[in-house]
Write a protein of this length. Structure first.
Length: 390
């Protein structure tokens, strides 16, 4: 039979249709470790297959990423790459994307975060955003449990970057506070294990004292925020104390937040440092204690969370100043996204009627932000989504 070239028309090529034969196309090509496997197209009129491949069975196959995913990836590289740790932007634009080629959980975390960032302009992206997030979480659960057995420093850095990306995406989810805090703790777990093994941390030079020293000159120039705002915060925190009697973990939590609020009367830099100590506390407490402070089924824990979030909002001009340490900024400088404001709205609704009297300050903050996301001094653009403290 003459070896006529196939037209590759669908659903059936012309030769197969003419001969009344079944024409088979693959449903989806696959990529294995970035090596494309040629797809088979069976031509019954020729009795041949167009592609010749080596006969082996790969152990790991993942679906090829779509053009939509490429849109997410481009958005990540151009507009929404993370700015934590402070000063690490170039790592997010170069080293981390290279790592994502090897570790699919990191790629899914990046794509999920970028997709969530685009939901405001295209709500239909909520589904792929969550699909990528769930794939990333499912993939790292087992890997995180086996960190001590990991054989490569590269894998540890990929895990850390994945936790950062999932943390950033959590800020864009209404009920994302608990996962936000959980993934920050995941970063710590990975970092500790890598330190014990003597591994080089990809983000190592951007953590700890050097960053504080870099930020201090900028932070010391930040003026005090309005005293009336601080008075409201202190009043709300004072009313929470009786609810924490017999609850040492919750009492400590309120104490750490109160320390930050007290510093707002005297020093914006001091308040920023106190906020860092607050983060450091819950990042390191035992798991059973940590579960108590993220339990939204507890009215006390919910009230403490709403006060913490409300306090971070009135501190906007302080926390945004840390972006002075950034080495690169995305080009968009428009209206900032809601960020943690969505958490305040979500958790304020969780406070029942019996406890409304204890939630006056967070509800006041929510009302002001409903008037304008810039009410407490937030700037336009990317810096409006600062989330990770120090």
């Amino acid at each position: 039979m003459q070896d006529d070239q196939c037209q590759e028309t669908k659903p059936a090529c012309g030769h197969c249709a003419k001969g009344g034969l079944r024409c088979e196309y693959p449903t989806m090509p696959v990529v294995v470790h970035q090596v494309f496997l040629p797809s088979y197209h069976y031509h019954h009129h020729q009795g041949t297959r167009e592609a010749n491949v080596k006969h082996y069975q790969p152990q790991h196959q993942i679906p090829i990423f779509t053009l939509q995913d490429m849109r997410f990836f481009q958005h990540f590289l151009v507009q929404c790459y993370p700015h934590h740790p402070i000063g690490s932007e170039n790592l997010w634009l170069h080293e981390v994307p290279c790592l994502s080629e090897k570790y699919d959980y990191l790629m899914h975390a990046i794509l999920g975060y970028a997709a969530s960032e685009l939901i405001a302009e295209d709500p239909s992206l909520a589904e792929p955003a969550m699909a990528h997030r769930l794939k990333a979480i499912k993939a790292i659960k087992k890997t995180l449990a086996e960190v001590p057995k990991a054989n490569t420093f590269e894998e540890g850095n990929a895990l850390m970057a994945t936790c950062f990306a999932l943390t950033y995406q959590s800020v864009l989810l209404d009920d994302g506070m608990a996962e936000f805090m959980t993934f920050i703790r995941g970063i710590v777990i990975v970092a500790v294990q890598m330190y014990i093994k003597g591994a080089k941390l990809l983000f190592g030079e951007f953590l700890g004292d050097p960053v504080q020293e870099k930020l201090e000159p900028y932070m010391r120039k930040v003026p005090l925020i309005e005293r009336n705002w601080v008075d409201r915060a202190m009043g709300g925190l004072k009313r929470l104390r009786p609810l924490c009697e017999g609850r040492p973990v919750e009492a400590k939590y309120v104490g750490m937040i109160t320390e930050t609020a007290e510093q707002l009367y005297v020093s914006s830099w001091g308040a920023y440092q106190a906020m860092g100590r607050h983060y450091g506390w819950w990042m390191m407490i035992p798991h059973d204690e940590f579960e108590k402070i993220i339990d939204t089924g507890s009215q006390v824990a919910t009230l403490i969370a709403t006060h913490w979030l409300a306090l971070t909002q009135i501190m906007a001009i302080i926390t945004e100043t840390e972006m002075e340490g950034a080495v690169k900024k995305p080009s968009n400088q428009g209206q900032p996204g809601p960020g943690m404001v969505t958490w305040i709205r979500y958790l304020n609704k969780k406070v029942d009627a019996e406890h409304h009297q204890y939630n006056e300050f967070p509800r006041w903050v929510e009302a002001r932000l409903d008037e304008s996301l810039l009410y407490f001094g937030r700037k336009g653009g990317w810096v409006g989504n600062n989330t990770l403290g120090s």
